[in-house]
Design a protein around this ligand. Sequence first.
Ligand code: AMO
Length: 443
Amino acid sequence: MLLPIENRRYANEITADDDGERVSIAGWVHEKRDLGGVLFLIIRDRAGYVQITLQKRRVEKELFEKAKKVPRESVVVIDGIVKSEKKAPNGYEIIPIPGHGRIEILSVALHNLPLDTTGKVGAELDTRLDARFMDVRTERTKHIFIIRSMVQRAIRDFLSERNFIEINTPKIVSSATEGGTALFPISYFEREAFLNQSPQLYKQMLIASGFDRVYEIAPIFRAEEHDTTKHLNEAASVDVEVAFVSDETVMKLLEELIAHVYSTVSLYPGLKSINVQLEVPKIPFKRLRYDEAIEIILDAGEQIEWGVDLSSSAERILGEAMGEHYFITDWPYTIKPFYVQFTGSKDKGKGKDTCDAFDLMHPRLELASGSQRVHSYELLKENIESKGLSVDSFEFYLNAFRYGMPPHAGWGLGIERLLMSMLELDNIREVVLFPRDRRRLVP
Ligand code: AMO
């Protein structure tokens, strides 16, 4: 095998100005066009496409036949001379070196491809997910995942510039954190364990450690049984926790982060193949109290009672009314988890107690949740009990509140929800390489 390949260039590293230079190109046979006397191979690599032109009269017979027979999507290395050519797609073509041209077939692809990588023949999402390795070869899907990588890098840059410490917390845990969604039990030697729903307890414990600004980008696991276009069983979340601040400060951080991500991605030329034009959302986002949200939903004719979580159709009504990103604040205490700070009896005992929790909404769906946290040991213990949970199973967490815990606030942002809404995609699975849902455990 002739590796490493000398003079290897990516498609975007060659221009018509390289006329006469000898280069090697390595990639997949994207398309073949056989015009009898001349054969065009379009080679695709991660950066783009290169046209190889083989004139039957000018190249060795053996080489021509080899090129003619190579199945699409096979992996090849081709040595050639760059020739400026106005009619070629990028203004140049590559001609195998006269006399000693090389077309090396490194891996032959089977004939019946599971997908058309040129994107000319569309396929159902399920078919694409079944052959995801090949789906990523198409322009649109490739760019979605390059953008995902870009978004994660932009988030890391944004937070590290603001002096955040990146942490890694366990994904195998002993207790639940988020009421409402179920846990995945796993067998952990002789004990019961679960896949973590959120790094919530651990990020808070690190606030007690003195790290005062922490973040994690990691998977969260939710045993949601329903099959929807916005839920996954394994999702990725950006989790942030900040000491000595209030919920308002972390809301500001969150909206600035969203604007930063949009403006970073808006410069990416690959957006064209996803057919979306990004407008950087204006900050600050509007703040809507939960009781105001209820009014809007009722005015639209949808039944809802104070104290329940918002259904998808309620979210849709609000999204239409708001038309842009917005926060919902002052949630009923009863539907938020034990770690959320109770606001106190704002309504003076009418059973409508609220808490310092917020959700960040895109007009289509919820993107993030966060809150001011309880930092008093006694109050936290009381809340755990009053939510019907076992204090014993939270001992490891509660302990961190007994030896110096500052006030703190934070949030969790779903990366897939952010990407899906930003890129105007219909299904959350579009932005996950290998999604996990009720029906899908492979690939
Ligand atoms: P929450 O449970 O609201 O809050 O989750 C935070 C964000 O994570 C994303 N998300 C999901 N995305 C896809 N599929 C799912 N099944 C799924 N579940 C959640 C959403 C959601 O807004 N501990 C708190 C955060 C905090 O207060 O810091 C929490 O986990 O975008």
